[in-house]
Ligand binder design. Structure first.
Ligand SMILES: Nc1nc2c(ncn2[C@@H]2O[C@H](COP(=O)(O)OP(=O)(O)OP(=O)(O)O)[C@@H](O)[C@H]2O)c(=O)[nH]1
Ligand SMILES: [Mg+2]
Length: 302
């Protein structure tokens, strides 16, 4: 029998770089939520892919940016922690944005946080730029950091993704697989369900509001008819926010609930009854329990 290989590959980069899109494509299922807005992912999310004899555990991470709030600091710490724990780190950079201030900051951080790790570069969203621009960007980035390999990909369209996965599979250390071969994620279902609702909220709400709320699954009940009843709470910090999240006559929450339920039913392959409640909790951003529910370390925000 051929020798198996296994290990962790952390996807890091600025918010919106396309990390979650890439994780989902690698896994072949939607494990991590995606929006066009920055700071969508809040915690580390694992997704498992098989490449020949290798089991690749991809670790999606929150975008790395200059943090202001406790939540931001916990998110950025989770991202760097993901890099530090991985066998291979893949830095994702947006082709059309190039070396932004944020990317420059991450390049500096890599020296400290990814010491001893193999770091590869994935220039993403190549569908958005002229091919001729890519060579120059590749050279500039490689002049600033010693990447072991550079890939040009479109996580959304799929270009270059097979090459990246094949390379990652061949670079992982020999070892036993870490998950059963049919497992694609290890996030608890109640958390996946909360994330799906947060995605729908983020897509509908404007400006700062998506950053001022969190969603938790409070209750999950299996019913005799095979369906599931799921009760979730949307925590907001202010009364005014509650009104906006509910919308006129509860329209917004209703639309969010419908979209989330449809996706949950597809994910679970059965009927779901989803109940959303909006709760004002002025201090939720400073409550340790909210962080553990999100899969974050509260203390990282100190
Ligand atoms: N054109 C294009 N858009 C992409 C590509 N990959 C991702 N996107 C889009 O970029 C946006 C951000 O994608 P995400 O996967 O949520 O990015 P992320 O790095 O996980 O972002 P955070 O979770 O906020 O850190 C979404 O609108 C994606 O559809 C790509 O290859 N090409
Ligand atoms: Mg993400």
């Amino acid at each position: 029998m051929a020798e198996t290989r296994a290990g962790f590959v952390a996807l890091i980069g600025e918010p919106n770089a396309g990390k979650s899109t890439l994780l989902n494509r690698m896994v072949g299922a939607k494990v991590s939520i995606v929006t066009h807005k920055v700071q969508t992912t809040r915690a580390r999310i694992r997704g498992v892919a098989i490449e020949g004899d290798a089991q690749i555990v991809f670790v999606d991470t929150p975008g790395i940016f200059r943090p202001r709030r406790r939540l931001d600091r916990s998110m950025v710490a989770a991202a760097w922690g993901g890099a530090a724990d991985a066998d291979i780190v893949v830095l994702m950079v947006e082709a059309h944005r190039g070396i932004t201030e944020g990317v420059a900051g991450i390049l500096d951080g890599l020296a400290e946080h990814a010491r001893g790790r193999k770091v590869a570069l994935a220039i993403n969203k190549i569908d958005r730029v002229e091919r001729s621009k890519l060579l120059a960007l590749t050279e500039q980035l490689n002049a600033r950091f010693e990447f072991v390999q550079t890939f040009m990909i479109s996580a959304e369209k799929g270009h270059g993704v097979d090459d990246l996965r094949a390379w990652l599979g061949s670079e992982l250390p020999a070892g036993q697989w870490l998950y059963p071969e049919d497992q694609i994620a290890d996030l608890p279902m109640r958390m996946i369900a909360a994330e799906i609702t947060r995605e729908k909220l983020t897509l509908r709400l404007h400006q700062e509001l998506p950053y001022q709320l969190t969603v938790e699954t409070e209750n999950w009940e299996e019913r005799k008819d095979g369906s599931a009843r799921i009760d979730q709470v949307i925590y907001v910090a202010r009364d005014g926010h509650k009104g906006i999240v509910l919308g006129r006559k509860g329209e917004t929450t209703k639309a969010v609930g419908q979209a989330a339920r449809a996706e949950l039913e597809e994910f679970l392959g059965r009927k779901v009854h989803l109940f959303l409640q909006v709760r004002v909790r002025p201090n939720w951003l400073e409550e340790a329990e909210r962080y553990s529910e999100m899969g974050l370390d509260f203390g990282d925000g100190d």
